[in-house]
Design a protein around this ligand. Structure first.
Ligand code: PLP
Length: 391
C-alpha cells in the first residue's frame, strides 16, 4: 500500500524533534552534529535567536499579503540585496526551482523584446542541478531526472563540464544564455576555477550572451564570500538564489541587472507566496548577518580550520578517502567507499553529512559552526571512517 506521503524520497530512519545551532536532537535525546544544514539551508544553524525573533515579530503583525499590494518587507530585502550585489532588481520565489523557471523566462523574454525571438537556447553543463520542474530537469538533461516525464522543454544544449572546445562550438546565433553553478553542489562539489568563470564572462560579453549563475547552493556566504562569483571578480546578468537565503524558511530569489530584466514588465510573471512578509522578514535578518564583512571573515577562518582538519582525516584513512575539495564551508570528501556507506556510518556516530555525485560526501555545516564543533565533527567523522575500516 502506498504511504500517505508520496514515496519519492529514500529517507533515513532518523526522527529529529528539535534543532539548536549546529545540533539536531532526536526523540531519544541523542544529539547529532549537523554538517548538512538541510542541504545548505540552515545557514545560521537551527533555531537561531535572531531569525526566531524576526519571524515571530513578523508573525504577530501579518503573515501573508498578496502581490496585488505593496509589501514593505519585500522592498527592504530587495533593497538590501541590490545594495550588496551586482543586481539592480530582485524577484522573490519560494524555492530554487522557481528561481530557475524565472531565470529561463527572463533570458528568453530579453531576446524576444530585442527582436530576436529565435534566440532561446540556453547552454548547461554535465553534472548540473537546477531543480525539479519541467524547465529545470530539461536544463539538466540527466536521464535519471527526465526519463518518463514526456517531451522536454526544448532549447537547452547540454555540454560536458570543462570542455572549452564543445562550449565554443555550441555557441551560435540562437544562444540566449549560459547557465552554470559557480560550484556544483549535487554534481559533487565541483568548483568552477576563477579563470573559467572569467572566461565565460568574457565570452558572453563578446557574443552578447546572458550569463546566468545558479548560486542556490553555493551562495549566501557558503564559500566565504556573500556570493561565490565574487571570488572570480566578475558578475552575472542573472543569478538564482534560494536555500541559505531563508535560513530554513522557504525563500528564493532571482537577482538581475536592469538590462537583463528589461523584458519582465507588468503581467509577465508572478507568484502567490513569492516575497511573502514572513519569508522576507527572515531573509532580511539572514542577509543582514551574513553580508557583514566580519561574519564573512569568520566563515573563511572556520573554513580554513575545517579544511585543514579534513586533510588530516583523509591522511589518516587512506582506504576510505581520496581527498578534500570545495570552497569555504562547501566541502566534499572524495571517497573510495560508497558515499552512502560513509553517510550511514556517520549517522551511527551521530554526525550528519550529505552524499553527492562523483563519490562525494558533502559537508555544508551552518556558517556559524564553532571551533569546538569543528573539532567534534572531525572526531565523529574519524569514528565513522574507522567503523568502515574495521567492518
Ligand atoms: C537545491 C538546488 C536547486 C533547487 O532548489 P529547490 O529549492 O530545491 O527548488 C537549484 N539549483 C541548485 C544549485 C540547487 O542546489
Amino acid at each position: 500500500m502506498i504511504s500517505p506521503v508520496l514515496p519519492t524520497y529514500a529517507r533515513a530512519p532518523l526522527h529529529f524533534v528539535k534543532g539548536e545551532g549546529t545540533w539536531l536532537i532526536d526523540e531519544t535525546g541523542r544529539r547529532f552534529l549537523d554538517l548538512g544544514s538541510g542541504i545548505a539551508v540552515n545557514a545560521l544553524g537551527h533555531a537561531n535567536p535572531e531569525l526566531v525573533a524576526a519571524l515571530t515579530e513578523q508573525a504577530n503583525k501579518i503573515w501573508h499579503l498578496s502581490n496585488l499590494y505593496e509589501i514593505p518587507q519585500q522592498e527592504a530585502l530587495a533593497q538590501k540585496l541590490v545594495d550588496v550585489t551586482f543586481a539592480d532588481t530582485v524577484f522573490f520565489t519560494n524555492s530554487g526551482t522557481e528561481a530557475c523557471e524565472l531565470a529561463v523566462k527572463m533570458a528568453r523574454k530579453y531576446w524576444y523584446d530585442k527582436g530576436q525571438p529565435d534566440r532561446v537556447e540556453i547552454l548547461t553543463f554535465s553534472g548540473c542541478f537546477h531543480g525539479r520542474s519541467s524547465a529545470a530537469i530539461a536544463a539538466s538533461g540527466a536521464e535519471k531526472m527526465v526519463k518518463g516525464f514526456g517531451p522536454m522543454l526544448p532549447g537547452f544544449v547540454h555540454l560536458p563540464w570543462g570542455d572549452h572546445d564543445a562550449l565554443h562550438a555550441a555557441i551560435g546565433d540562437n544562444t540566449a544564455a549560459i547557465l552554470i553553478e559557480p560550484v556544483q553542489g549535487e554534481g559533487g562539489i565541483r568548483p568552477l576555477p576563477d579563470q573559467c568563470l572569467q572566461g565565460l564572462r568574457k565570452l558572453c560579453d563578446e557574443k552578447g550572451i546572458l550569463l546566468i549563475l545558479d548560486e542556490v547552493q553555493c551562495g549566501v556566504g557558503r564559500t566565504g564570500r556573500l556570493f561565490a562569483h565574487e571570488w572570480a571578480g566578475v558578475t552575472p546578468d542573472i543569478m538564482m538564489v534560494a536555500k541559505g537565503i531563508g535560513g530554513g524558511f522557504p525563500l528564493g530569489a532571482v537577482l538581475a541587472t536592469e538590462e537583463a530584466a528589461s523584458g519582465m514588465v507588468v503581467g509577465t510573471h508572478g507568484s502567490t507566496y513569492g516575497g511573502n512578509p514572513l519569508g522576507c522578514a527572515v531573509g532580511k535578518a539572514v542577509i543582514d548577518r551574513i553580508s557583514d564583512p566580519d561574519f564573512l571573515d569568520g566563515v573563511r577562518a572556520r573554513a580554513g580550520l575545517l579544511r585543514q582538519k579534513l586533510e588530516g582525516l583523509v591522511a589518516a584513512h587512506p582506504d576510505i578517502f581520496e581527498g578534500v575539495r570545495g570552497m569555504g564551508l562547501m566541502l566534499g570528501l572524495r571517497c573510495k567507499v560508497a558515499p552512502a556507506d560513509l553517510v550511514k556510518a556517520g549517522y551511527a556516530a551521530a554526525v550528519i553529512t550529505v552524499p553527492a555525485a562523483d563519490n562525494i560526501v558533502r559537508l555544508l555545516p551552518p556558517l556559524n559552526i564553532t571551533e569546538d564543533e569543528i573539532a567534534e565533527a572531525i572526531n565523529r567523522l574519524d569514528q565513522a571512517a574507522t567503523s568502515l575500516e574495521t567492518a
